[in-house]
Structure formats: structure tokens, C-alpha cells
Design a protein around this ligand. Structure first.
Ligand SMILES: [Zn+2]
Ligand SMILES: [Zn+2]
Length: 664
């Protein structure tokens, strides 16, 4: 539990609008009936009752008219908004001007430095260190008491001596020392500094509506990413997507010069080089004519010596179409990075995804999405504007961020829907959520279900229509099983997806990033694990994708585009396989991976029953017989690369039947 608290602490800063003031020692959130330290002996695993109590208390906390008053701006910066390079240092001069009600003696002003991705905490004790902050009042007789609070991204400035009168100012220089203040390592537009005011000194603060904004741009080129579709047919023209990114995976740098294609495969026709102009912002889409069957990987190198190889593309007559999807991620409209528009653009033009969903939190991050209908409308509009049926499928969504029963993201495949908030007593249990969504083109997905920030309460059986799938892997790690590569942190034994299958739930597997760094589809670039969903469908529309997901024609990867064809008794993963008791069935597996393969594991009814070594080959085809299968059993396979990144087929469920299985 201690490590959960550590993870949550910086998040709490954004989540809570009413928290202890900066006065003497520990305070309770004044006016807020918070049940601190109450732990319930029973209930869902890992349930955070206290956190939910605090969120609810905040909703009803009484605020005085002076809370959140005044205005604040960044002084002396010519351009609007201020634009800086990710990871650089800067000196920020803020001016706060008290509003018509001023700030009472004993009241306070708060500055929140963005809590994610490397911003220096604001501190007042070490002038030579990053984040050193100087604060002064332009008001005679006002004494300021300044301290870094917990979490350290929050600076509290207590007003003493007398009240701060309307129009009087406080200057805050963040990064005042020689080291400045270090900014976020990821590029993004619309990063904001939040300021709050406790105007009457009762310990409850209100956040100011306006927040100074900075834009962060990508650093110098550090990565080249090349992406091809995973399958194609002779005669197709497909896109090779090339992206020059900075070392943290951010896009947008104006880079010029050629990317040379090396040893272009004979069965493909493509230009020998890609000429990037500065206006391309490091992104290019190049047509590739597919002439011959085969397995292809394209290699290229930039003028700066960045090299890359694409994912494998397998070409044969009538090859089925595979779409790559990231169905879960966040923008800075909750606690992620960058604007919704940039999230969709990155998914399409950098990560070369076919399907993308943005799923910001309902009641987490700031301002809360469930209290910001205009922001939700903006997200919906961007999702619908980026939708190009037949080419690029976008899905409207949000995350039901439930701290008792676990998180689920909700996807609206018709581009319309509401934020049914997990904090709302009408939608606070999984059953209430499903009841409200029933009959609509909607799916929900339990995620980081074994642990991480909060595990899933599997005592609620997933609704078979609304939740036929589950997210087994993301940047949090794998929730598949304890013996999985990169298992999730804070795992609860007995709470893995494999345990859910043992309960008899029929869940297909997807991965998705849950990225908070503005890099949907590429969460694994700078993390040990990411997540993608592979979807088998010929129909590249919202309807086609929904139908494939409902039919569980999917598999999961931890990010890399591992191509996995797997059949049991001729049936795709995610199928029910009718077999009389005691029969055997042939498992037929073909894999083409970006990296050398270590092994293929066969999991049967709760256990790894067979392990096939792959001798570091990247293209592997194997057959194996599963004997004495009984109705009620399930099987799935796990493919592990030498770099410990994996792919998981959806399970097969053996159903009793006198009917012989269809011929393979
Ligand atoms: Zn979550
Ligand atoms: Zn999430």
C-alpha cells in the first residue's frame, strides 16, 4: 500500500481542489468531512475508500467568494504562449494580482508546478539548485511565509501581517537561481501552471480558472521509427510511415534532409530515399508497391546516423487485414501530456495506428472532465473530426476512474456519449455503469487489472456484451499472470487476468498504452512495456472495428508490432471450440516479430503447459497438439521476444459438443 500512496501523491495534487493549507503542521481539509485513515477490513482488493471520501468531500466543500480570486500571468515573455524546448531550463516570472475581495490575513496563494515528467519542484531552500523560487509582495506590511508542500510540486504562500488588498501583487520567480527550473521532458502544447487561492484562510482553496500556459517543443533528433502494415497482398500499395523523433519520442521538430532506404527488398517497389522538408516536422508517408509474396522489413538511416528497421510485413494472396489500435490513453485534459488534437495527430502520423481512442479521466486531473462539459465537447469534436472511414478510425472515450472497483475505459463507437462519472452515486459500481450503457454501441475495458494504481474487482462478472475483452498489458506492465514478462507493479496475487479466466469469464485480450506522455501507440519506445491491440478486420470503420472487438478477433502486444497467426483446431483466438471430451486439437502458430524471439508459451487452464524455444529466430512457424481436452478448459499462447516484450493470443474456450471441429 505504501507504494500505491507514492504513486498517487503527485496525482492527488491535481485531483484535489480542497486540501490542507500551508499553515502550521498537519491540517485536515477544513470544512471537508474527510474520513482519514479509515480502512475497511472487507471489500474489493486495494480499494481506496479514503481517496474517494476526499474526492466527494471536495465536491461539497464550501468555498468563500474570495477563494480562487485574482489573476496571474507570466511577465516579460514576448510570445504567447511561451515556447520552450522539452527538458530545458528556464526562469519563470509570475505576477499574481489580488481580486476584488483580496486575500485575508491567514489566507494563502498556491502555485502548482506541473507534477509530471521532470519539472523541478518549486523550492526555497537551495538557491543554486533547480527550481529555486523567490517570492515577494508589493504590499507594505504584508509578510509572506513560503514553503514547499507535500507533494513538492505545490508551493504555499501564506499571507501574514495584514490582508492582501484588492489589486496588490505578489511576484513569484520560479527558477530564480543559476540552474533555473527544468521543464517537462516531453513536448506538448498547453502545459499549465495552476494557481489557487484560499481567500478567507479557512484551509479550503479554490483553483483560479485561468492558468499560465507554456508550450514545449521536441528536442534534437534521437529516434527514427519506421512502420509498415503487418499484412498485405501482392498488388497492394501500402504506406511506409517514417518519423524522426527526439530521444524521448516527441514529434514536431523541423528536420531536413534525406532518410536513405538501405537494401530495399526486391519484392517491394519504393523510393530509395525520403526527402524531409522542415515543414514535414520529421514525419513522412511513402507509398510502397507490394509485388511479391514474402516477409519484409525495411531499413533506413537519416543524415544524422539514426537507423531503424520497420516491423515485419507478411505478404501473401488473400492475407487477412490486421489493424493496430491503441484504445486507452490520456491528454492534458486530464493527467496526460498535450492537447487532444495532438494526441490524434501523433496516433495517425507518427505511430501509424489504424484505430485510436482518447480516454481522459472522468474525475482525475484538472479541471475534472465530468465538471467540464465544454472540454468533453471538444474531445468529442476532435475524435469525430479525425475520423476517416476506410482509413483512420477514431473512437470517443473516457476513463471511469473508479478507486474502489478498479478503472475501466468506456468507448463510444458512434461518436456520441456522456461522461458517466465513477464519483456519481448513479454510476459508482460496474453494474450501474453497464446498466446505463446497455443497448448502445459501447465497450468497456478493465485495465491494469492485477494491481498498479488500483486492481479490478473481479467479483463483478464482466458484462458479456459490453465487456468481451480485457486490457492485459500497458505501460503499467502485464496483468496477464504473475509469470508474465514485465508483470505489473503492486500486483494482487489471485487478481490476474488468468485468474479471471479461471473464474470462467470469457475475455479476449487487448493491449493498449495508457500513455500519459503524449505518445499513443508508442508507449513502449521509452518504457519497458507499452500496449497495442491487434484487430483482425477487413472493415476499417467504427462499425467494423466494433464488430471485430465484440467477436474477440483480437490479440495483445506490449507495444511491438508482433504479427501472430494462431489457430486451434482451425479456429482463431477468441473462439469457442466445440470438441467432444478427451479429444486433441492442433495448435498452429506463425509469428513474425520485430526482434528475435525467445519462446512461445502455451497456457492451458491456469498453467503454462508447454514451452517452445525459438532460438532467436524472428519468423517462426510451429504446430503442437493439445491432448485430452475437456469441455470448460481454455488455452492461449504467449509469444516472448528476447527483449522480454510479448504478445498474447486471445484464449480459446473448449465447449462440449458431439459435433466434430471444422477441418483446419
Ligand atoms: Zn486507469
Ligand atoms: Zn488510463
Amino acid at each position: 500500500m505504501r507504494s500505491i500512496a507514492r504513486i498517487l501523491t503527485p496525482l492527488l495534487l491535481l485531483a484535489l481542489a480542497a486540501v490542507p493549507g500551508c499553515g502550521e503542521g498537519e491540517q485536515d481539509a477544513a470544512g471537508a468531512p474527510v474520513a482519514r485513515g479509515v480502512s475497511r477490513p472487507s471489500g474489493p482488493p486495494g480499494a481506496l475508500w479514503d481517496l474517494v471520501a476526499e474526492l466527494r468531500a471536495d465536491l461539497v466543500a464550501e468555498r468563500s467568494p474570495s477563494d480562487g480570486g485574482g489573476r496571474v500571468w507570466l511577465e516579460g515573455e514576448g510570445e504567447t504562449p511561451l515556447t520552450l524546448e522539452a527538458g530545458s531550463s528556464h526562469r519563470f516570472a509570475f505576477v499574481y494580482e489580488a481580486g476584488p475581495l483580496g486575500i485575508a490575513e491567514g489566507g494563502a496563494l498556491f502555485m502548482s508546478v506541473p507534477p509530471f515528467w521532470g519539472w523541478s519542484p518549486a523550492q526555497t531552500v537551495a538557491p543554486a539548485s533547480p527550481g529555486y523560487t523567490e517570492v515577494s509582495a508589493e504590499a507594505e506590511g504584508v509578510r509572506l511565509e513560503v514553503r514547499t508542500l507535500d507533494p513538492p510540486q505545490l508551493l504555499g504562500i501564506r499571507i501574514g501581517g495584514r490582508a492582501l488588498a484588492p489589486g496588490e501583487r505578489i511576484r513569484i520567480t520560479y527558477g530564480a537561481g543559476p540552474a533555473g527550473a527544468v521543464v517537462d521532458r516531453y513536448a506538448e502544447r498547453g502545459e499549465h501552471f495552476r494557481f489557487a487561492v484560499d481567500g478567507d484562510g479557512d484551509g479550503v482553496r479554490g483553483w483560479m480558472k485561468e492558468a499560465p500556459v507554456v508550450d514545449l517543443t521536441a528536442g534534437p533528433p534521437g529516434l527514427l521509427v519506421l512502420t509498415l502494415p503487418s499484412t498485405a497482398r501482392p498488388g497492394d500499395t501500402v504506406d511506409l510511415v517514417a518519423a524522426v523523433l527526439d530521444a524521448s519520442g516527441s514529434t514536431g521538430r523541423a528536420v531536413a534532409g534525406p532518410i536513405e532506404i538501405r537494401d530495399a527488398p526486391a519484392g517491394l517497389h519504393l523510393p530509395g530515399r525520403i526527402d524531409l522538408a522542415p515543414a514535414d516536422r520529421g514525419r513522412a508517408r511513402v507509398p510502397v508497391e507490394v509485388a511479391e509474396p514474402g516477409i519484409y522489413r525495411i531499413q533506413a538511416e537519416t543524415v544524422d546516423g539514426l537507423r531503424a528497421e520497420s516491423n515485419p510485413m507478411v505478404v501473401f494472396e488473400d492475407a487477412p487485414r490486421l489493424l493496430w489500435a491503441d484504445l486507452h490513453g490520456h491528454s492534458n485534459y486530464s493527467d496526460g501530456t498535450g492537447l487532444p488534437e495532438d494526441y490524434f495527430r501523433y496516433a495517425r502520423d507518427v505511430a501509424a495506428l489504424d484505430v485510436i481512442a482518447l480516454t481522459d479521466h472522468d474525475h482525475w486531473g484538472m479541471p475534472f472532465l465530468d465538471r467540464s462539459p465544454e472540454r468533453w465537447a471538444e474531445i468529442r469534436d476532435w475524435a469525430n473530426r479525425f475520423y476517416e472511414p476506410g482509413r483512420f478510425v477514431t473512437v470517443l472515450g473516457y476513463e471511469w476512474t473508479n478507486w474502489i472497483y478498479g478503472h475501466r475505459h468506456v468507448l463510444y463507437f458512434d461518436g456520441e456519449g456522456q461522461v458517466l462519472s465513477s464519483i456519481d452515486p448513479e454510476y459508482e459500481t460496474p453494474t450501474q455503469l453497464w446498466d446505463a450503457l446497455r443497448g448502445r454501441p459501447v465497450l468497456t475495458f478493465a485495465h491494469h487489472s492485477a494491481g498498479g494504481p488500483i486492481p479490478t474487482d473481479w467479483s463483478f462478472a464482466p458484462d458479456p456484451v459490453l465487456e468481451p475483452l480485457t486490457e492485459v498489458v500497458s505501460v503499467h506492465g502485464s496483468s496477464e499472470a504473475a509469470d508474465s514478462p514485465h508483470p505489473i507493479y503492486n500486483a494482487y496475487p489471485g487478481n490476474f487476468v488468468r485468474d479471471a479466466l479461471d473464474r470462467g469469464y470469457r475475455l479476449g485480450f487487448v493491449g493498449s498504452g495508457d500513455t500519459h506522455d503524449g505518445h499513443p501507440g508508442l508507449g513502449h519506445l521509452v518504457a519497458p512495456s507499452g500496449g497495442l491491440a491487434a484487430i483482425w478486420t477487413e472493415d476499417r470503420t467504427r462499425e467494423g472495428v466494433l464488430a471485430a472487438l465484440r467477436a474477440r478477433r483480437v490479440y495483445a502486444t506490449a507495444g511491438p508490432r508482433i504479427l501472430l497467426f494462431a489457430r486451434l483446431a482451425g479456429q482463431e483466438g477468441g473462439s469457442e471450440v466445440p470438441l467432444p471430451a478427451g479429444r486433441s486439437a492442433e495448435l498452429d502458430v506463425r509469428v513474425s516479430a520485430p526482434e528475435p524471439l525467445e519462446r512461445i508459451d502455451v497456457i492451458r487452464s491456469g498453467k503454462v503447459v508447454h514451452r517452445i524455444p525459438c532460438e532467436r529466430e524472428r519468423d517462426v512457424a510451429v504446430k503442437w497438439a493439445a491432448d485430452d481436452l475437456e469441455p470448460g478448459e481454455y488455452l492461449y499462447i504467449r509469444v516472448v521476444q528476447a527483449d522480454r516484450r510479448a504478445a498474447w493470443s486471445s484464449p480459446w474456450w473448449i465447449t462440449g459438443s458431439e459435433t466434430p471441429p471444422p477441418a483446419p
